[in-house]
Design a protein around this ligand. Sequence first.
Ligand SMILES: Cc1cc2nc3c(=O)[nH]c(=O)nc-3n(C[C@H](O)[C@H](O)[C@H](O)COP(=O)(O)OP(=O)(O)OC[C@H]3O[C@@H](n4cnc5c(N)ncnc54)[C@H](O)[C@@H]3O)c2cc1C
Length: 349
Amino acid sequence: MEQRFDYIIIGQGMAGTLLTYLLQKRSAKVLVIDKHNPASSSNISAGIIHPITGRRKVKTWMADILIPYAEEFYAILETEFEEQLYHKQNILELIDTTKDYNDWLMRSADPEMKQYFSGEETEGLYNNVITSLKKISLTHCGWLDVKKLITHFRKQLVVNNVLLDETFHFHDLNTNENGITYKNVKAWKIIFCDGWLATQNPYWSWLPFLAAKGEIITIHAPRLKAEHILIKNIFILPLGNDLYKAGSNYEWKELNDMPTQKIKDELITKLKQLIAVPFEVVKHEAAVRPAVQDRRPLVGLHPKHKNIGIFNGLGTKGVLLAPYFANNFVEYLNGEKELNEEVDVKRFK
Ligand SMILES: Cc1cc2nc3c(=O)[nH]c(=O)nc-3n(C[C@H](O)[C@H](O)[C@H](O)COP(=O)(O)OP(=O)(O)OC[C@H]3O[C@@H](n4cnc5c(N)ncnc54)[C@H](O)[C@@H]3O)c2cc1C
């Protein structure tokens, strides 16, 4: 029997979840097709929001707009889902050299960045358990329990009978001017939120993806007692119950979700240089981030097939980017607003 929807969304990671949520809020009828993968980027993500990033430690793109937007968005989801999802937590940048410390002090005096420095006294913090002497505390940071969010939302989709837990096959898709047909389903539009697998998507693989595999370990460290997110060349994220996520690395060639002994050893070595307490690795995961060469999301409709869209390219910052740009996309689809030019797929010819 033929079924009719407004949208079919392919993929239920961060991108597909937030887009579906916002479309449903506008009363759209949405069918989600997602082959569950416990090793998706979203399922293993650390979920950190960090206002000052990159090798040069500059203010994150659009941070002043995106951070408050994301904080408010996740607060609304928490009320609706009756679960804590976003954990506001200061970041402690761990610093070894006087030069690096002075660079941080200069940033803290910059009117553009000032608001991200908490002013918290850090001298006495964790002196017995971490090796760095200098620390700088940043605010407007935190982490989202991404897995909890998408798992909760998935249950709602199942209850509403609008989730197909299966692989989407391109040869079953037909498009025409009035919409699309997939097997026995007709819809107005299909939007791909398929993460790094978009590199194999016949409609979107021409976009300049720069997918990057990352590995992450979870450790049990009962003597660490950290309440900040600790960052140096890796991050240590307190999850509660003496558990911490630690990572990560970037690998652009071997793209798969298989954890490797080599990276596990590297992460352990870096951890041992950073913390002076024993720990045990209790989990080790890997996934591929859907990153893009120009480090901006990929949002919009196909240049030839107007009923085929994409919401992707969230890269290393899905938690920060997804709320604002999912909303921008929904407003665009409803004819209310233009897409932000920097994320519109039109920027690539
Ligand atoms: C180790 C690591 C650490 C990270 N840490 C952070 C962090 O601290 N902060 C942050 O903001 N971001 C972080 N990220 C990045 C963040 O996780 C991503 O930006 C985000 O998860 C991307 O979400 P997505 O929905 O685009 O892709 P995905 O999570 O990959 O979701 C895509 C979904 O589509 C499904 N799919 C694909 N093709 C098909 C098909 N043909 N049929 C059916 N289903 C299909 C997949 O199974 C998957 O469920 C991290 C990522 C990694 C790997």
